[in-house]
Write a protein that binds this ligand. Structure first.
Ligand SMILES: [Zn+2]
Length: 391
């Protein structure tokens, strides 16, 4: 099932098409629509499926003035404001330009819920299609949102004016309130400020603010699939399924990038474990005893940069992955701390892992300070794991 933009009629309306979990569009007439988001929040959309006198049921906005789902989701995804008339969109690439495209489709993800008692459907959007007169792109909602969260996490490094715009977006989303034109205006202002900034940012051919923000922050471009896997998209969406299948085939071929991350991290640390200082790698004729551990999980963030890696021996790789022993960055220094998860390990075993409050000597780090573990990624990791420390 998906929400589709009505290409004729020119009123910027959306209809519901297909079926999902045994429900058809016709059976959802009169139901209200809620929007689940990858941040875990569910928002009211003030949209209702209007009974169809003829044809397909339309999504009607209960607000005045009307606020359609295309503008709502575009602003949540930090995309420029779409058009309401397909015939007035632009031609050629890039598709993502202010008022240059329509948000033509919102796919229902597999977790979309139907609550018959309350006549309420909670959409888990899995992808959106953006179309102009000649071209079309598909964007995976979950993956795009993870990229936005990675920008939020690095917000301190943005220039002042841009930081304020991104902070506004972050705070608006975190409030969990219904999305309004206030968010649309905020994204429009962000795009304007990014384009108004000095070189090299204004050379961006499109108006998608996200890659520009990533470029400013030095966040590695995302190489993995942007869409959900084909089996989550379903047979009713052959075009998007085919795009997804293509992305997953490409992803299989990208093992080379992972290998270069591993080599770069181990070389940066000259084969040394950052937690114990042991040099167990780079020894001629001996298989490497150090691993390149990701701070933020590759699968979730796709950050194959050395600052997202730590060289660790096998024992400390386990202790780090199990969230028993973690580095903390404070006042320009990194120190090791046991987390509460380590409480049940006996004292002599614990002593083999290290000691809490241990300041890591600077000579154990890469010679190039730019390659040291990113404090922002570490903060993000603590937040993701909801870690608490014993000291
Ligand atoms: Zn070690």
């Amino acid at each position: 099932m998906h929400i589709g933009f009505q290409r004729s009629g020119g009123r910027g309306e959306y209809e519901v098409v297909g079926s999902h979990s045994g429900y058809t569009a016709i059976s959802l007439q009169g139901w209200t629509f809620y929007l689940w988001w990858p941040d875990g929040l569910v928002r009211d959309t003030d949209l209702e499926l209007e009974p169809a006198e003829s044809g397909k049921p339309r999504l009607r906005s209960l607000r005045s003035p009307q606020f359609q789902i295309g503008r709502m989701i575009a602003s949540m995804l930090m995309l420029p404001d779409p058009r309401r008339e397909y015939s007035k969109t632009e031609r050629g690439l890039p598709v993502i330009r202010p008022k240059g495209y329509v948000l033509s489709r919102v796919g229902f993800g597999p977790d979309t819920e139907f609550t018959g008692m309350a006549d309420r459907v909670t959409i888990h959007p899995s992808f959106v299609n953006l179309d102009n007169l000649t071209d079309s792109v598909s964007i995976g909602v979950e993956q795009r949102w993870q990229r936005i969260e990675a920008v939020y996490a690095s917000i301190d490094r943005l220039p002042d004016a841009i930081r304020a715009r991104v902070a506004f977006h972050r705070d608006f989303m975190a409030s969990g309130g219904a999305v309004t034109t206030v968010l649309v205006s905020a994204v429009t202002a962000l795009i304007r400020d990014l384009q108004g900034a000095t070189d090299p940012w204004n050379s961006s051919p499109g108006a998608d603010p996200l890659p520009v923000l990533e470029q400013i922050l030095g966040i590695a471009p995302t190489l993995g699939p942007a869409l959900p896997p084909p089996d989550e998209i379903g047979e009713e969406e052959p075009e998007v399924s085919a795009r997804s299948a293509h992305q997953y085939r490409l992803a299989k071929m990208r093992g080379a990038s992972g290998r270069s991350f591993s080599t770069s991290v181990r070389n940066a640390y000259s084969g040394r474990c950052l937690f114990c200082g042991g040099v167990f790698g780079g020894i001629p004729g001996v298989r490497s005893g150090v691993d390149a551990a990701h701070i933020l999980a590759w699968s979730k963030y796709d950050l194959d940069v050395v600052q997202n890696g730590i060289s660790l021996c096998k024992l400390h790789h386990w202790a780090f992955d199990a969230a028993l022993l973690m580095p903390i960055y404070e006042n320009g220094k990194y120190s090791l701390h046991f987390t509460e998860l380590a409480t049940d390990i006996d004292q002599s075993s614990l002593a083999l892992l290290g000691q809490s409050d241990f300041e890591i000597p600077t000579q154990w780090f890469p010679a190039d300070k730019a390659q040291w573990p990113s404090p922002r990624y570490l903060d993000r990791l603590y937040a993701d794991l909801a870690i608490s420390f014993t000291s």
